[in-house]
Write a protein that binds this ligand. Structure first.
Ligand SMILES: Cc1cc2nc3c(=O)[nH]c(=O)nc-3n(C[C@H](O)[C@H](O)[C@H](O)COP(=O)(O)OP(=O)(O)OC[C@H]3O[C@@H](n4cnc5c(N)ncnc54)[C@H](O)[C@@H]3O)c2cc1C
Length: 460
């Protein structure tokens, strides 16, 4: 049987998961070449160390979403298959007006009874609109029933009559959404609100750092890894294959494949020139459909000790600064350590605008944002790192109306049926989504390869 060749563009989780799933699913010989522009695999799963102490922190994706209480959870299964241990994460608290708000009673005493009942009413409405099962199945594999564009989430929030309650909800979800309520759909806004309830979803991290997942995947993939190869062009050939042009230290390289998978985040699709009128137009349309950029900014500080532990023992809590941000106790991931690590995750407009500031300004603003009861923490400060993620995620994954999974993953089925795309921006902007996308394309590819092989065999 002839060996099929597959080029995968992008060595982030999406590219690695596609290669791994394809390797497992293929029933014929496959040779995979993976192109990665940078000098490492893992993309936005990144677990670096500080300079002045060998302490790790998450600079990109912080947590994994656990759906195993409902049904299959392919991501949790994959992590277990890699032999990696996980640690549950949680954190119900919000710091609002300098005070800790952890439950409805706290809302009542800090924001007043009217705010508490407005919040309860919103919570009921949200849970009526989407049950945990509906949350789990919210991907619409066949596309949404109607192509009607959904209302934006701000219209739903406008119905919360009490401004304090509305502000509380906005702050609570801002860093998960990574955008503003007026820039996302009602269903995505609702999902990001409901995911704070453990009946809908739980959260965990990988012990020893999340980056172990891409490393474990890479070590199990039998492929040619072309690191430092930025793909600049893709074009169909006369014999129906696909040519990939990459740049390595200024040198151009051209490779031809039977199949190509573009496993890039939405914001990087434009780094490639798709050649030929049909392919260029299809990729342009694909890009435009999901063009809802959302933004993150991380500031992570190392302290001599975790000075906040008298007040907080959870893995994270919310802070009503920068439009609502999440503060991660990064040091809770390594309980044996003596240092304290706090990570500020800013989202949306604040993240985009503040990304223009210098690291020094951002670090100073982050430390200044601590509430007065934690302000003494600055005395323990050692160093901090900044990671800018402008346009790195999606504000309306799946687009304004969901398309069928086939349509999402194959932008030009007529003349380029062997070109596929993989990405979280077509599902839910998370690692669970990018794995679903990768497994969908890998299964499709494996079936297509087998059908092609059987047709050839029958013709002989
Ligand atoms: C700050 C932040 C926090 C997040 N938190 C979470 C979280 O808690 N939970 C969660 O589930 N998800 C989270 N996410 C989302 C998660 O990181 C993504 O779902 C995931 O990284 C998507 O994987 P990917 O492979 O599609 O893209 P990426 O991770 O971006 O990887 C793409 C790779 O392609 C490479 N590349 C780009 N252009 C080219 C080219 N032309 N040629 C070759 N290679 C190229 C890049 O260098 C990169 O390595 C977060 C994202 C950010 C930014």
């Amino acid at each position: 049987m002839r060996t099929r060749t597959v080029g995968i563009i992008g060595g982030g989780p999406g590219g690695l998961m596609t290669a791994y799933a394809l390797q497992k699913a293929a029933n014929c010989p496959v040779r995979i070449t993976l192109f990665e522009a940078s000098d490492r695999v893992g993309g936005k799963i990144l677990t670096p160390q500080f300079a002045r102490a060998s302490v790790h922190y998450e600079a990109g994706a912080a947590e994994f979403y656990d759906y195993s209480l409902f049904d299959d959870d392919p991501l949790k299964e994959l992590i277990a298959e890699m032999g990696l241990s996980i640690r549950a994460m949680g954190g119900p608290a919000t710091i609002l007006n300098g005070q800790i708000v952890s439950n409805l009673d706290d809302v009542r005493s800090h924001l007043g009874p009217r705010a508490a009942s407005a919040l309860s009413a919103f919570d009921r409405l949200a849970k009526d609109r989407m049950t945990p099962q509906e949350f789990y199945h919210s991907d619409h594999p066949d596309g949404s029933a109607s192509e009607a564009i959904e209302a934006r989430f701000d219209t739903m929030l406008a119905a919360v009559a009490e401004p304090e309650a509305r502000r509380y909800i906005e702050q609570l979800i801002h860093s998960d959404l990574a955008t503003e309520p007026c820039l996302t759909s009602t269903s995505y806004g609702l999902q990001n609100y409901l995911m704070n309830d453990p009946a809908y979803m739980r959260i965990y991290g990988i012990e020893g750092g999340n980056e172990q997942l891409p490393r474990a995947l890479a070590s199990r993939i039998d492929a040619t890894f072309c690191l430092g190869h930025k793909v600049v062009g893709v074009a169909g050939t006369d014999d129906g294959r696909l040519r990939v042009e990459s740049d390595h230290n200024g040198l151009r390289r051209r490779d031809e494949f039977d199949f190509v998978v573009v496993a890039l985040p939405h914001g990087h699709l434009r780094s490639i020139e798709f050649r030929g009128d049909r392919l260029a137009a299809a990729m342009q349309k694909h890009h435009a459909y999901y063009d809802h950029p959302a933004h993150y900014l991380r500031i992570t500080a190392l302290f001599e000790r975790p000075f906040w532990r008298e007040c907080f023992t959870d893995s994270y809590w919310m802070l009503d600064r920068f439009g609502g941000c999440c503060l991660y106790d990064e040091s809770s991931r390594e309980p044996a350590g003596t240092h304290g690590v706090l990570g500020w995750l800013l989202g949306g407009t604040a993240a985009e605008q503040m990304s223009r500031q210098t690291d020094e300004q951002l670090i100073a603003e982050a430390i200044d944002s601590l509430p007065s009861f934690l302000a003494h923490g600055r005395d323990y400060f050692i160093e901090a790192r900044v990671h800018r993620w402008v346009g790195a995620v999606n504000a309306m994954p799946g687009g304004a109306a969901a398309r069928s999974l086939d349509r999402r993953h194959q932008p030009e089925p007529t003349d380029h049926p062997n070109l596929f795309v993989v990405g979280d921006y077509m599902l839910d902007s998370t690692l669970n989504g990018v794995l679903d996308s990768a497994q969908y394309v890998a299964a499709w590819l494996a079936t297509t390869m087998l059908e092609n092989a059987e047709t050839l065999h029958a013709e002989r």
